[in-house]
Design a protein around this ligand. Structure first.
Ligand code: URA
Length: 251
């Protein structure tokens, strides 16, 4: 009986540590409160046209392949319509030899403003997830399927993904991570080439991308809307850690 109780207490302690790692500091009384239905929005004036992004300097064709070269090509890219609305390109950031690469969908407003991936609310949660796994954010690499912000935070269209995915493939070929973790449906579909794949049915499985294990999990924005999904997400991140032969803990 005492054993049962101490096992239960241990499990509870582990769970609370995990929740804290994910940034949960307090719990609503009576369970999770569903998000309120969105209010019907009043028509808004059309946003002002974004200022045209400054032209990027030309690329020296003799420059050897590197993450910097790829970033320079992205800065000059006009391969799809997303370039028209961007403030900054968001090539990705992190360790050039990261063991672990996270792949999101595409930059949002905060990322477009700063030229860095996952720096808004989703990014705060992703950083907590990374730290709960025992990494510092700069020890992993964080990238997106598309490198320019889709307007209104819509999902990137197939033609936009097709125009951009080569940059991500080249980044992965250079970094050679031991494992890739995709966040949400868009990167899962882009990396498997299967537009019908859904995160709920494959999350936590170990897929394969060109010989590199790929573990799909939920997007942090989904976790912010659906806090109970943090638990299965943590299970998925433990699969990632298992591939890396690491245990969770603070960096
Ligand atoms: N969501 C993404 O998918 N990527 C980002 O960089 C930020 C939010």
């Amino acid at each position: 009986m005492d054993d049962d109780r101490s096992q239960l207490a241990n499990a509870l302690r582990q769970h609370l540590l995990l929740e804290r790692g994910f940034g949960v500091e307090a719990y609503p009384r009576g369970g999770v409160v569903p998000a309120p239905a969105p209010l019907p929005s009043a028509p808004r004036p059309a946003p002002a046209a974004p200022a045209a992004a400054p032209a990027a300097p030309p690329i020296d064709p003799t420059m050897p392949e590197s993450l910097d070269r790829i970033a320079a090509e992205i800065a000059a890219c006009r391969a799809c319509g997303l370039c028209a609305g961007r403030t900054n390109t968001v090539p990705g950031e992190g360790a050039a030899q990261a063991e672990l690469v996270f792949i999101g969908e595409g930059p949002g407003a905060d990322e477009d403003a700063q030229g860095r991936p996952f720096v808004g609310r989703s990014g705060e949660l992703l950083t907590k997830m990374i730290e709960a796994m025992g990494f510092a954010r700069n020890q992993v690499f964080i990238a997106n399927v598309v490198k320019c912000r889709p307007p209104g935070n819509r999902a990137p269209e197939p033609a936009e993904m097709a125009a951009c995915i080569g940059y991500l493939h080249r980044q992965l070929a250079l970094i050679k991570p031991k494992v890739i973790c995709t966040l949400g449906n868009t990167p899962l579909r882009a990396m498997t080439g299967d537009p019908k794949k859904g995160i709920t049915s494959v999350r936590g499985q170990i897929l394969d991308w060109n010989g590199i294990p790929l573990v799909p999990t939920f997007h942090p924005a989904y976790l912010l809307r659906n806090p109970p999904a943090k638990k299965p997400c943590w299970e998925d991140l433990k699969v990632v850690l298992k591939v890396l032969e690491r245990t969770a803990g603070r960096p």
